[in-house]
Write a protein that binds this ligand. Structure first.
Ligand SMILES: C[S@@+](CC[C@H](N)C(=O)[O-])C[C@H]1O[C@@H](n2cnc3c(N)ncnc32)[C@H](O)[C@@H]1O
Length: 286
């Protein structure tokens, strides 16, 4: 192993530790705003990979279980579901929710999806909703995920963000203007590399040995009464970190800019209408 490789690996390790820390902090508020967001995206992903009764499913970067619970329902009593996440807080909250909902048969693990955490098990279905774009080395991570599938029959599906409408983009630009370089945000990493287009992501899948790669891009519409509600919603996921980067003195100006940007899309119903295009990429193991 060369010195350069060791340095790159150490950097990747550090970045993953940063992801775990970020989501440990976000976990208590994560997806708790009541705005349908992670749920519909994960449910659509699960429908596209089509888990069958009796199958073994793995949800990577499970968070609080947006895809884990639909997977559990789909594989039924004779199947089983493993959920894995880097963040101990997310895993703890997922386990608590499973207990509260009375859902048995979810095996939740803290860590990365690989032989160290999962042993030699091979899965029929693997999902990772809004996860891979956080990874410092998406290609080797995705290759590792494909190795977790049963050969030929195993299916893997991920979601990532495609475009947002112009009003939303302007609001985010006002917020992200104060972001530190290299911040962990999928929309800042999404403008280049494998997440920049469906074609680029499909190429990455093929480079990892996938077959039957398919992309579906669909809009997800969300509505808010005003910019303050939008801000409250962003506190429940990754965008929250950027509010902390806005200096106190700049906050009124940033809020005014966001309000102006979002108001451009107020509908006849008086609500702000924002549209996120969501990319679903699915494939089979070779
Ligand atoms: C945006 S959240 C998505 C959570 C869930 N899938 C959902 O749709 O609500 C990303 C999650 O992926 C986890 N994560 C990021 N990279 C990971 C990796 N390489 N292995 C396991 N978990 C990862 C984070 O800790 C975080 O909980």
């Amino acid at each position: 192993m060369t010195g350069a490789q060791t340095e790159a690996q150490a950097e990747a390790q550090q970045r993953r530790a940063g992801v775990a820390d970020l989501f440990d902090q976000l976990a208590p508020l994560y997806d708790q705003s009541g705005v349908p967001w992670f749920g519909p995206i994960a449910q659509r992903l699960v429908a596209l990979v089509g888990p069958q009764p009796g199958e073994h499913a793995l949800d990577i970067g499970a968070g609080r279980g947006a895809a884990t619970f639909p997977l559990r329902e789909a594989v039924g009593a004779t199947g089983h579901v493993t959920a894995v996440d880097l963040s101990p807080a997310m895993v703890g909250l997922l386990e608590r929710e499973a207990l509260e909902r009375g859902v048995a048969g979810i095996y939740a693990i803290v860590g990365e999806a690989g032989p160290a955490t999962l042993g030699a098990e091979r899965f029929d279905v693997v999902t990772a909703s809004l996860v891979l774009f956080f990874d410092p080395d998406a290609e080797s991570t995705l290759r590792g995920w494909f190795e977790l599938l049963r050969p030929r029959t195993g299916r893997l599906g991920i979601t990532s963000f495609a475009g947002i409408d112009e009003h939303w983009a302007a609001a985010e630009a006002a917020l992200l203007a104060h972001a530190p370089a290299g911040a962990l945000d999928p929309r800042t990493t999404g403008t280049r590399g494998p997440f920049a287009s469906s074609e680029a992501l499909e190429s990455l899948f093929r480079a990892c040995g996938a077959s039957q790669v398919e992309t579906v891009v669909e809009p997800l519409l969300v509505t808010f009464p005003d910019a303050a509600a939008w801000r409250a919603w962003t506190m429940g996921f990754g965008l929250r970190q950027f509010w902390a980067s806005v200096p106190e003195s700049a906050l009124p100006g940033v809020l005014a800019e966001i309000e102006l940007a979002l108001d451009g899309d107020r509908g006849d119903d008086g609500q702000l209408h924002l549209t996120q295009q969501v990319r679903y990429t699915t494939a089979r193991a070779a």
